[in-house]
Design a protein around this ligand. Structure first.
Ligand SMILES: Cc1cc2nc3c(=O)[nH]c(=O)nc-3n(C[C@H](O)[C@H](O)[C@H](O)COP(=O)(O)OP(=O)(O)OC[C@H]3O[C@@H](n4cnc5c(N)ncnc54)[C@H](O)[C@@H]3O)c2cc1C
Length: 437
């Protein structure tokens, strides 16, 4: 057998799995289809959010005994930081040498500039935006130091799980070859062809659909706040969704938006108009576009059994992006730990599946029920109505996620703004966060 373990994909999940497995003394290879392992071209906002809040709700989950994959950041001198993971042993911590952009709040803005904040004040740090490539390369370097073999420009075309290990057909500039290992960790991200080939998706529903994202990377932004925040700007006459603004280390900014894959809107044109001819254009005066990145997100339900046979699937490939960077890192660590257990004759798969199903909000029926979605505010209100709603938020003195605030205050909202309430709630019960398969 050539290797104890082959890892497919050098995203956060794969890189951490490689470091942990190599440090545990396994003979490990990580392959990455991009030219260099650690390279990132798929758009991701790169925010390491502190705390346990989810994409859809900040409320505490009570129905599942959660041990949520989250992290804390130890801020040192420039370039000397540490990321500490929660829900996994302390040895999962890793050094981060890139820029850290602390975000003190997250704010939603109406066309008139009225804002709703996620936190009641801006004195606490919500999370840090990181340079994802610097982070991945740092973890990979530590994996290499521990003896892991790293191979970029190598795509796994096929994977087979057999009684005596795994066989991977891979393609690299040297040609096509078959690699063999005792076990594999598949960390290939969303839309995984390998998870599909291995049958992990059996019984998995289609979910509420796919979103596509477009982001422009800019060299300046005249942030209308004293402190750094992530902002979500609404101007329905420009786009029926929010435009998101945030730091993009080192020293840059990202401006992104999304739409269902099925819609015909052209996202680059929307961003151009937002930059040059919208209520928010003043924020970007003098900014140059340096890069563009895109991606899609499939809101398919998560798969509960992520470890089976000789393979563990980690990160985004069996759930949608709510795994997030920190969650994928936790998965990578636990998958490598479970691999070592399995190679030692123990039930590593059960250990991994137990971690996986308790580390993420999307395995909580209570969370999924709360996440039953309201339409995005700019999807159903016009510019004036959006301003009216945001003034109402301000008058109520509320803070938090719109998805939490609106249902919690529905009765008052209906009394004060009946037409807006009808538009926000008119579609009745809609498809929400997908339930697990
Ligand atoms: C629009 C958007 C915004 C997001 N914003 C944030 C955010 O602000 N903060 C946050 O924490 N998370 C965010 N995320 C989520 C985050 O990007 C992912 O959850 C995380 O990167 C998942 O890590 P992963 O290792 O599972 O997969 P990925 O990061 O997708 O890595 C998979 C790797 O596998 C490689 N690969 C794929 N197929 C093969 C193959 N066949 N052979 C070899 N290599 C292969 C890919 O090239 C890639 O390098 C966002 C996601 C989206 C879609």
């Amino acid at each position: 057998m050539e290797y104890d373990l082959i890892i497919v994909g050098a995203g956060p999940g794969g890189c951490m799995a490689a470091r942990k497995a190599a440090r545990d003394g396994l003979n490990v290879l990580i392959i990455e289809k991009r030219k260099e392992a650690g390279m990132v071209t798929r758009f991701c906002s790169r925010l390491l959010r502190l705390g346990e809040g989810g994409f859809a709700s900040d409320k505490v989950i009570t129905d599942v005994d959660m041990d949520k994959a989250t992290c804390t950041i130890e801020v040192g001198a420039p370039g000397k930081h540490f990321v500490h993971m929660h829900g996994v042993p302390p040895e999962a911590s890793f050094a981060y040498t890139g820029e850290l952009d602390p975000c003190f709040n997250e704010s939603w803005l109406s066309p008139a500039g009225v804002n709703l904040d996620r936190d009641a004040n801006c004195r606490t740090i919500d999370g840090f935006v990181i340079d994802k490539e610097v982070m991945l390369r740092g973890i990979l370097m530590e994996a290499a130091d521990a003896g892991c073999k790293i191979q970029g420009a190598t795509k796994c075309l096929e994977i087979e799980d057999t009684d005596d290990g795994v066989r991977l057909k891979v393609k690299s500039p040297a040609g096509t070859e078959t690699l063999r290992a005792k076990r594999a960790i598949v960390a290939d991200g969303s839309f995984s062809a390998l998870a599909e080939q291995l049958g992990f998706n059996e019984g998995r529903g289609p979910g509420p659909g796919r979103l596509r994202f477009m982001s422009f990377i800019l060299d300046r932004c005249n942030m209308p706040y004293r402190e750094m925040r992530r902002m979500h700007c609404a101007q329905p006459s420009v786009h029926r969704g929010f435009l998101n603004v945030g730091p993009w280390p080192p020293g840059l900014w990202e401006l992104s938006c999304s739409a269902p894959v099925s819609s015909t809107v052209r996202l680059p044109q929307i961003i151009e108009e937002f930059l040059t001819n919208s209520a928010f254009s003043y924020i970007f005066e003098g900014a140059n576009i340096l890069d563009r990145q895109g991606c899609s997100m499939d809101l398919r339900p998560p798969v509960r059994e992520a470890a089976r046979g000789n393979v563990i699937c980690v990160g985004d490939n069996l759930a949608y992006a709510e795994v997030a960077i920190k969650g994928a890192i936790g998965c990578g660590f636990k998958a490598a730990e479970a691999t070592a257990l399995s190679l030692d004759g123990k039930d590593g798969n059960a250990a991994y599946n137990d971690y996986w199903t308790h580390a993420f909000n999307f395995f909580s029926p209570e969370y999924n029920k709360r996440a039953v979605r309201l339409p995005s505010i700019p999807a159903v209100l016009d510019d004036d109505e959006t301003d009216t709603l945001f003034r109402w938020f301000a008058d109520q003195g509320v803070s938090g996620l719109p998805q939490d605030i609106l249902p919690d205050n529905r009765a008052q909202l209906a009394e004060d703004l009946p037409e807006i309430t009808a538009k926000l709630f008119s579609r009745g019960k809609r498809k929400g966060a997908p339930a697990a398969a």
